[in-house]
Design a protein around this ligand. Sequence first.
Ligand SMILES: [Zn+2]
Length: 300
Amino acid sequence: MIARLAPALAAVALVVLAPAARAGFVFPVTFDDPGGGYAAYYRPIAQHVAAAGAIWDRHLGGEASLEVVVKFDPGTPRATGRSLTSSFAYQNWDGRYVYHQGAGAEIRDGVDPNGADPDIEIVLGPGYLRDELWFDPRPFARTAPVPTDRTDAVSVFLHELGHAIGFNGWRDLTTGQLPPTYASTYEAWSFNWYDDVYFYGPNATAAYGGRYVPLTRRNWPHVGNWDGLPGDDLLFDLMNGEKFYRGYRFDVSALDVAILADLGLPLQPAAAVPEPMSVGLLAVGGLLAARRARRPVRRT
Ligand SMILES: [Zn+2]
């Protein structure tokens, strides 16, 4: 009887002792591909979107399932990403109605603003998919060297999910002007200054050394500009709007996370940087322990 009970008790103990699992954010993928011409890519794309989603998940607090639909369009030179709906957030000081990206609203509130419909759309150009993107043999580990003549697919999906989550809006790409009556949460923290637009959210400003963050000229849902222009130190930022370096693995930056915090998205507490003082004390403690451990050995 006791013997039979033991496995059951062990199982109960495991359940109790296991840390509370956080469901977090998942990004299931479906394909809008009439005729199935790109079926060979379904598995790697779904896997790499999931890997990119898992990286965003490490930075964001909360849980939700964000449905991604992937399409293939010969008219798309590279890749695009966006939320398929938006969600009212607040009325700004200038009277404009401000909207979250739909996926951002779902991350924030845990409520899907468009029900069972896909939340996020990613469009891939067939040539870019076939000849440019590099699919990582281990997209979750991200340790294999990225070929110098290819663009890392996890980096691209990270970037496109960034647009869907928050880096987007309705500013006129050419003139840089906002629509008169509305803006995105990203645009509500921005202002025009001659040829440029700057993001001035408090978290982002702090992350950028106390300066306002220059957005990409005529590509405003991005940060940074070419050499010699405002923000040319941001060309390696995941959300830069100028270059996607081949042979390089982009990651979510502290600035990207700070911008999302300014948009009102909840951050994952685990993403906090460890206190330097604690690390130092631990190191000293470890050194003392090592000395104590060595002493008896030397005496013999
Ligand atoms: Zn982009």
